[in-house]
Ligand binder design. Structure first.
Ligand code: CP
Ligand code: NVA
Length: 308
């Protein structure tokens, strides 16, 4: 294990904030936390949780991770704090970072989290924005590593909306040299800047494939991944998306077309029988609940690195 755990960047707002080596180090640490090989006391450090959207896994995994590291959390509900009243981010960030050692923020516009990071004197973690969900991607790749030991020759196929989760899988996959295929309906492709960045990271290797054909994309895949078709904040598009995403459900038939050793992941929460069937979530290929557990081990590793 390397001597210093500190990341080169102060914040973790994007998968692009960390290097390949840092991703591997975080996964290594997370694995050690999971196997009780690492006991770290952070001496009462405080994590502030600013969540403008609902959360079960991210919020609770951060709370438990912090408590396992000997720290505490403060839950900053925007409706009961002055954030909901519209206090400027630059004021909130400067004040909160005088109380809290680190902030985890879930919000809509990615530019808002960048504004928090600009004014906060302490590290800021992206707990999900409309653009990225980088903590989720780390837990996803930890789950993949547990199954396949290393990332060589792993093909990950994401079926669904080119959303925040897809964007972070693309970027983290590129850092790890994993072949990532995205199958989405026309018009729902991932963010073009993210795609461009991933191509740059992959250099000349043709390892990112965007297609509108799910069957073509699953052929030979070792990991099938799905997420909701309508993310938080897109509830008004639900009916249209359910029509547009017809044929993009991960069901047993689609799973049978993938590699024999395929595992199925979903970041949760899921709409069963929409983007994925109940049978697949509960089936033998599913690693969805290990993936959810891994959120906590990864949060411990991220916090440890940012607070070291
Ligand atoms: N996967 C995930 O981020 O879940 P929550 O919305 O429950 O945090
Ligand atoms: N794409 C989903 C992920 C939820 C964890 C959303 O943003 O709502």
């Amino acid at each position: 294990m390397q001597k210093s755990h500190r990341l080169a960047n102060k914040n973790f707002l994007s998968s692009l904030d960390i290097s390949t080596q840092e991703v591997l180090h975080i996964l290594d640490l997370a694995n050690n936390f999971k196997n009780n090989n690492l006991k770290i006391e952070l001496n009462n450090k405080v994590l502030g949780l600013v969540f403008d959207k609902a959360s079960t896994r991210t919020r609770v995994s951060f709370q438990v991770a912090m408590s396992r590291l000997g720290g505490t959390t403060v839950d900053l509900n925007p409706t009961t704090s002055q954030i909901g009243r519209g206090e400027p981010i630059k004021d909130t960030a400067r004040v909160l970072s005088r109380y809290c050692d680190v902030l985890a923020i879930r919000t809509f516009n990615h530019s808002d989290i960048e504004e928090y990071a600009k004014w906060s004197t302490n590290p800021v973690i992206n707990a999900l924005t409309d653009l990225e969900h980088p903590c989720q991607a780390l837990a996803d790749f930890l789950t993949i590593k547990e199954e396949f030991v290393n990332f060589e020759n792993v093909i990950l196929t994401y079926i669904g909306d080119g959303n925040n989760v897809a964007n972070s899988l693309i970027l983290c996959g590129a850092l790890l040299g994993v072949e990532v295929r995205i199958a989405c309906p026309k018009g729902y492709e991932p963010n073009p800047t993210v795609i461009k960045k991933a191509y740059e990271i992959y250099k000349n290797r043709n390892l990112l494939k965007i297609t509108n054909d799910p069957y073509n994309a699953v052929s030979g895949a070792n990991v099938l991944y799905s997420d909701v078709w309508s993310s938080m904040g897109e509830e008004n598009q639900k009916d249209k998306k359910e029509i547009d995403f017809k044929g993009f459900t991960i069901d047993s038939n689609l799973v049978s077309k993938a590699a024999k050793d395929v595992i199925v992941l979903h970041c949760l929460p899921a709409y069963r029988s929409k983007e994925i069937t109940d049978e697949v979530i509960e089936g033998k290929n599913s690693r969805i609940f290990d993936q959810a557990e891994n959120r906590m081990h990864v949060q411990q590793a991220i916090l440890f690195c940012l607070l070291s």
